[in-house]
Design a protein around this ligand. Structure first.
Ligand code: S3P
Length: 429
């Protein structure tokens, strides 16, 4: 297991781009694979999670060419996937396993999906249960609640599903299954989670109605190949945004970042803390809002975070925790129970690391209370095998007295393989 030492810097400056959006990259392969014609994708994120999705579809007979810049996905139509000859390994990727489970439920073949030691602990009942209501036959460990999942594809019935949690993975799994159900399948969620599936379904010509906190998909409609340009991932940009905010004298331009309103919770939160983040050159690319972000170091103050902003910033809480630790006053995070079932329990993971940095933290079941300090203490920190924890701790190292050693950093490759190179590029000593 590799580790890295990040030492304090004087500022963070320059102009960068971050790699492609992970969520959009997954969906471009999935929809490309079941569309008619050749879908091209530029800006695809070649992180381990997305490569797991690519391998899964290749294993189902989908030809995918990669010239290093553009992916060409030779779509096989709605009913053209082939039975995979082996178990599909989704690695660390929750999006891969949950979304393809929805897709596989409606196929005319048998498949098994699994993942790494972390993924095999994450809850699968949230997709297995609604898919079973559609008539899917899915078995798994612990009464079908944990991977590996064995899926015997069959004809599906449409359902109207009220999801107890706001989750794009649940919503998207049901939407994909809905393509194979006769009639109208609807999903509603307590508040809107990321809507990349809705946008991409529409782009590919699916028949769907979008309402305030839900979507209806009509089954049996063939999809048409598209040319997709994937914007930079705001979840990756978030680490560099926080790096620039907390380091004095910083000015960082991050170009070509996806700013879909269902993903910009982190910008809203950091701005409410006093962060200077400007959106420049706003535009729409492949149905997704995109902008350049100008970030300048700022004096941050603690805030209360709860409600509908939480799903709009769900992956950014580890980075927000570092901002809160450097802010004046108390930051309270509520309604964020979902953080306990991410790649690791992110509430426990961030609390234990922040305590080591001399920050006073109180863990709550659905969040935490963080009291900012004048100066973070350095030392040895643990990623718990979670990419976003590893990157957040590294950002803290830029300002922590004596620097921070982050253990177990290989996981960073799941979403942001070039993270340490980019951090080095913008760090001024
Ligand atoms: C994702 C949805 C989110 C997010 C994950 C990616 C997606 O999970 O945490 O990193 O691509 O649909 P939930 O939908 O379960 O909150």
């Amino acid at each position: 297991m590799n580790s890295i030492i990040i030492n304090p810097v004087s500022s963070v400056r320059g102009e960068i781009t971050v790699p492609g959006d992970k969520s959009i990259s997954h969906r471009s392969i999935m929809l490309g694979a079941i569309a008619n014609g050749v879908t091209t994708v530029t800006g695809f994120l070649r992180g381990e999670d997305n490569m797991a999705t690519m391998r899964a579809f290749r294993a189902m007979g989908v030809e995918i060419d990669d010239d290093g810049i553009t992916l060409s996905i030779h779509g096989r139509g709605l009913h053209g996937l082939k039975e995979p000859a082996d178990v599909i390994d989704c690695g660390n990727s929750g999006t891969t396993i949950r979304l393809i489970s929805g897709l596989l439920a409606g196929q005319s073949f048998f498949s098994v999906v699994t993942g790494d030691q972390y993924l095999r602990k994450r809850p699968m009942k949230r997709v297995v249960e609604p898919l079973a209501r559609m008539g899917a036959s899915i078995m798994g460990r612990q009464k079908g609640t944990l991977a590996p999942l064995a899926i015997t594809g069959c004809a599906l019935n449409p359902i109207g599903y009220d999801s107890p949690v706001s989750s794009a993975q649940i919503k998207s799994a049901i939407m994909l299954a809905g393509l194979y159900a006769g009639g109208e399948t609807s999903v509603r969620e307590p508040s809107l989670s990321r809507d990349h599936s809705e946008r991409m379904f529409r782009l590919f010509g699916a028949s769907l109605d979008i309402f305030q906190t839900g979507v209806t998909v009509r089954g049996g409609v063939e999809l048409q190949a598209q040319e997709i340009t994937v914007p930079g991932d705001i979840s990756s940009a978030a680490f560099l945004i926080v790096a620039a905010l907390i380091t004095p004298g910083s000015e960082l331009l991050i170009k070509n970042v996806g700013v879909n309103p269902t993903r910009t919770g982190v910008i809203d939160i950091l701005r409410s803390m006093g962060g200077s983040i400007q959106l420049l050159e706003e535009r729409v690319v492949s149905g997704e809002p995109v902008a350049d972000l100008m970030v300048r170091s700022s004096r941050l103050k603690g805030v209360a975070i709860s409600g509908s902003v939480v799903p709009r910033a769900i992956d950014e809480f580890p980075a927000v925790c570092i901002a809160a630790a450097c802010a004046e006053g108390v930051t309270i995070i509520q309604d964020a129970r979902e953080l306990r079932v991410k790649e690791t329990d992110r509430i426990a993971a961030m609390a234990s690391n922040l305590l080591r940095m001399g920050v006073s933290v109180e863990e709550r079941e659905d969040g935490m209370e963080i009291t900012g300090v004048e100066c973070l203490l350095g030392g040895e920190m643990e990623s718990f095998g979670d990419h976003r924890i590893a990157m957040s701790l590294s950002v803290a190292g830029l300002v922590a007295k004596g620097g921070i050693k982050v253990n177990d950093i290989d996981c960073v490759a799941t979403s942001f393989p070039s993270f340490f190179t980019l951090l080095e590029k913008v760090a001024e000593r």
